[in-house]
Design a protein. Structure first.
Lengths: 219, 219
DNA sequence: AGCTTTTCTGATTTTGTAGTCAGAAATTGG
DNA sequence: CCAATTTCTGACTACAAAATCAGAAAAGCT
């Protein structure tokens, strides 16, 4: 029962399929779709190249299957955001940003792939929007709009704020190679400082006076 | 005298070479190095594919030559930053961010290429660091460090602040296709609002109380 | 105009990679 | 332990794109 790419029982095949997915996710995120070769994935996964075509119909299917491994992560995030739906919108945003940072450190592939495909456009971006990120991002924009309406956030377009917050949050994570080349510094070493910087300085910068007071009270 | 890729006089050859460079820069920034084909560039530039190999030794040389077209832009930016070297560091940072935004709108290719190569690492990133961006970015980090020392900026690592500010600034510009797909909105339409958001909310978020007062006075 | 140099093209080679297929090896179920 | 099924490999094809080269066309010069 090859070519499905779904989560079957714990058979031998599913084990290697999972290994292939993991390697593929890693490589796709570091290099982008085109630079990755089936042969390279096969080698890193310790199988022959045709084995990939046994488990996954073609390169595009493998890419999607690798992405689906992140769907559970996103869905859990959406669940946790929704769980805070009764809190004030500003609190929801902070929760969402905390979760986003957590996910970005644990699954750096996600942010890099969004950056790669989000710049290029095309069918892979549309797939990501439809199956992984669209609903989440539109929900976040809605929350940001509420926070603006409540007078807690500066009145900028919510979509731009959400995307700017996210790109700022993953900036140095995505650009780890650049940070090393230009500054010879390792970002992952200063994770707590970075998270604090994003939450306090960047998210903090979008708060109105009222929002700042509300946040101080909440602590 | 082929294969040099330098700026000669206004001969027939240099005209087509320039056309090729322009097309190449455009395509490289939208698609990344690998997705771009010599044939595609040739077609868009209205020449045959071997003509590219006449003017540029190979694909890598063409890429570098196209990048060098941006060097004048960066050098002018560095010059303008240096011209403000006597002002307080916070003012220099604001000037630098304004220039960065200006360049990002005028040459969106630059930010996209930095994002692409800065995530992937490799020799093209090292080339960019050495010939285009390294000096500028290290200079900015030094200015940020001064601003921290002066008590105007929150005490986060200057390198992280600089890169975070830049990624935040180009976020929605780079991710224009994503903004369209997910939110059906056109970023370029709201350029002034975006620039204001970056300067006031994002850069503003990094200011200390003292920094905020200093900035209000300066106006 | 006639010669030289620059600029470019058509045809071709070379290379790297996606995808196919027959059959071997391993695994599973009876 | 044997047969059926799943899993995987080696050898191969197909193809797209980079790079090469001999020579044609164009531009420049005297």
């Amino acid at each position: 029962m090859p070519h499905d790419g779904e989560w079957a029982a714990t058979t031998k095949g599913e084990a290697t399929a999972a290994r292939i997915r993991a390697v593929a996710l890693d490589q796709f995120s570091q290099l982008g779709f085109e630079r990755v070769t089936m042969g390279g994935i096969a080698k890193a996964a310790g199988v022959s190249q045709p084995a990939l075509h046994y488990h996954f119909e073609d390169k595009a299917h493998l890419w999607r299957s690798a992405m689906l491994g992140l769907r559970a992560v996103i869905q859990e995030e959406e669940r946790l955001i929704e769980a805070a739906a009764d809190a004030p919108p500003l609190t929801q945003l902070r929760v969402a940003m905390r979760l986003f940072l957590q996910i970005s450190w644990k699954h750096p592939a996600l942010g890099r792939i969004v950056a790669l495909e989000g710049m290029a456009g095309g069918e892979r971006l549309e797939w990501l929007d439809r199956h992984l990120l669209g609903a989440r991002n539109r929900r976040l924009a809605a929350i940001a709009a509420e926070a603006v309406a409540a007078g807690d956030l500066l009145p900028y377009p919510p979509e731009q704020m959400v995307v700017t917050l996210q790109t700022a949050a993953v900036g140095v994570i995505n650009l780890a190679p650049l940070m090393r080349t230009t500054f010879d510094c390792d970002v992952a070493a200063a994770r707590e400082i970075h998270d604090d910087m994003i939450l306090e300085a960047v998210l903090g910068g979008f708060l109105t006076e009222k929002g700042r007071r509300a946040q101080e009270e909440a602590q």
